[in-house]
Each structure stands twice: as structure tokens, then as C-alpha cells.
Design a binder for this molecule. Structure first.
Ligand SMILES: [Zn+2]
Length: 337
């Protein structure tokens, strides 16, 4: 992919130039001066003066962590640390009705038991709703969002939103809020999954940033917090590949610098389903932490880890880490619980 200059890339983002998405050509995008969130590592929440590599692990407390979550935590940690980078933890708990009792405490207990130490205080999205509302206000001022009154019944089974409410200028209160998308390809290079492109208008339509019930969407919270935490590299499961174009587009609308994305192959159960809270994947057993860490390394086809204290095992894992060994596919072979 040829190197391109991105109109929103600040001085600190020179490291991103290899992986820039296509420059947006849409008239939807505001001029850079319209948005005052120009990024500078010194002024955002991150405490790190230079931002060459900041990775993160961002679980949702909608159930206990399972082996698939461990693979994501392990890979994102090893990628960050083997680049001499920082690694952050963020709890994505904006979808309050889906939060599962005690799963947050299980996540925190796992992080401690596996010795995954965040390099900054753990951030909880439910404490940050005002920040997301401020960003919505910016998008509103730039005419990039609108209120949508369509009910589920009206939308029916249509996967693509046709833009019914785009020009209705409905008041925002008590309505879903949608982001306008453009008829253009959004592309990114993934070191494991290759080049991915999506035309949001044709594949999805204008998408929701805030639900009618007031819940901030995953897409909005993720993009804003990755930016405010200074995250440069996103390592996560391949089940989130479809979200990436949306997040790139939203980041472009806000003039945030582009991120690097790497989507890991997913651990599957015996039935060939990805491990998830929905299909009752086993909660990680913190008493088995060394064994599970060794299994995570093995699943990603990394050199074997010696069973030891998790802190020592993670050091060994970082030293031995070789991203090129990870299977370049969307699913891992083998059955996991
Ligand atoms: Zn609508």
C-alpha cells in the first residue's frame, strides 16, 4: 500500500503512516478546524510522553472471562511489551442491561492471577458517559449525526439502514442517534487477516452511536477511549473484524489519528462455535493460571512456555513472542472449552 499523507495526522502519528486507511473523500467530513480535538500525546489522558506503541485489552463484563478472552489478553500484552510499548486495561461496561453480576470482579481477579498488569489505572466506561455525550455534541455541530425514530418493527429484518430519517431533522431527545456514512471503501491492512475493505453505505448504512434507551454504543465508546488513552495498536478477536470499518470511519469524522489493527484467530469449542459467554464457555479458573497461559501460547503457535509463576511465564512469553507464527486465519484449529 503506498504511503499517503493523512490530513489529520499530527506530529506524533508519523509511526502510523504505513497503515493509514484510504483518505476519505466524502463531503460529509468536516474541515479539520471544525473539530477541536486535535491530538497531542501531552494533552490527552495518557501519561506516556511518546506514543510509539500503546496497546490495550478491553473486555466487557457481560460474563466471566474465558479462554478466548485469555488469548486476546495474552496476544495484546505480548505484542505491546515485545515492541517496548505500554499495555492498558479498559472495562467496556456501557451496555448496563447486559452486564453480568460479578463478571467485573472475575475480570479483575483474572488480570491479577495471570499477572496482566495495566500500565495505567484501569478505565471504566460507565464513568465516562459525559465524555461520550460531548463527542456526540461535536458530531452534531458538524452535522454528522441525526436522530432516528425508526422502530424495530419499521426496520424489520433489513440489515442495511436506508437512511429514512437522515433529512428529517428530528429532535435528539429520546431517539436513536445515527452517524452518517459515505459511499466509499474504508480499507485497512491487518497483519494476520490481510487487507479488508468495506463500503459502509452499501454494507450497513448510517449506524447507531446512541440507542433510544440512552445507551452509548460500543462503537462510539471504543473509538473515543482508544483516542483519549493514546492507544496506537488494537489487537482483538477476528469476531470484531466487521466493526473495524465503522470505527475507522468514526475516527476519521473526529479527526483522530488512524490505528493499527490486528485480529486474532478465534478459539472454537467442540461444536465449532467461537468461545463466548452466550455459548457458556468455561470461566477461566485462576488456580490454573500457569497451565492456561501455556495453553494460550500453544494455541497461538508460540514457543512453549515453562510452567512457573505467571509473572515469570509472561516475561518468557514476551521474550519468545513472534507474531509471524500466529495462524493467519480467522479460527484456531483445536477444541477449547
Ligand atoms: Zn430512522
Amino acid at each position: 500500500m503506498p504511503k499517503k499523507h493523512h490530513p489529520t495526522a499530527g506530529q506524533d502519528s508519523a509511526v502510523f503512516l504505513d497503515h493509514l486507511p484510504e483518505k476519505p473523500r466524502s463531503s460529509l467530513l468536516p474541515q479539520q478546524n471544525d473539530v477541536s480535538l486535535n491530538r497531542s500525546c501531552a494533552t490527552i489522558e495518557t501519561v506516556f510522553p511518546r506514543c510509539s506503541y500503546i496497546g490495550r485489552f478491553a473486555p466487557s463484563p457481560t460474563g466471566p472471562l474465558h479462554f478466548g478472552s485469555l488469548i486476546t489478553a495474552f496476544a495484546s500484552y505480548c505484542e505491546a511489551k515485545s515492541h517496548g510499548g505500554k499495555w492498558l486495561v479498559r472495562i467496556e461496561d456501557t451496555d448496563i442491561p447486559r452486564i453480568y453480576p460479578h463478571s467485573e470482579s472475575h475480570i479483575l481477579a483474572c488480570l491479577e492471577a495471570f499477572h496482566f498488569e495495566s500500565d495505567a489505572p484501569i478505565l471504566f466506561q460507565k464513568d465516562r458517559l459525559e465524555i461520550y455525550e460531548d463527542v456526540l455534541l461535536q458530531l452534531q455541530q458538524n452535522d454528522l449525526i441525526y436522530a432516528c425514530q425508526c422502530t424495530r418493527k419499521i426496520l424489520g429484518s433489513n440489515a442495511i439502514y436506508s437512511g429514512t430519517c437522515r433529512n428529517l431533522k428530528l429532535p435528539f431527545a429520546h431517539q436513536a442517534i445515527r452517524l452518517k456514512v459515505a459511499d466509499q471503501d474504508i480499507c485497512f491492512e491487518d497483519p494476520l487477516q490481510g487487507r479488508h475493505c468495506s463500503n459502509l453505505q452499501q454494507d450497513l448504512g448510517d449506524f447507531i452511536l446512541k440507542r433510544r434507551d440512552g445507551i452509548i454504543s460500543y462503537q462510539l465508546a471504543v473509538v473515543v477511549d482508544d483516542y483519549l488513552q493514546g492507544v496506537t495498536h488494537v489487537v482483538r478477536g477476528a469476531d470484531l473484524l466487521d466493526n473495524t470499518a465503522r470505527q475507522i470511519w468514526l475516527g476519521q469524522c473526529l479527526h483522530y489519528p488512524p490505528l493499527h489493527y490486528m485480529h486474532l484467530p478465534l478459539a472454537m469449542n467442540r461444536q465449532g462455535q467461537k468461545l463466548s459467554k452466550q455459548n457458556l464457555a468455561h470461566a477461566l479458573d485462576i488456580k490454573q493460571a500457569p497451565f492456561l497461559l501455556a495453553q494460550a501460547a500453544q494455541a497461538l503457535q508460540q514457543p512453549a512456555l515453562d510452567l512457573d509463576h505467571p509473572e515469570i511465564m509472561l516475561k518468557q512469553a514476551v521474550q519468545q513472542w513472534n507474531r509471524d507464527l500466529i495462524p493467519k486465519q480467522q479460527q484456531l484449529t483445536g477444541n477449547y472449552l
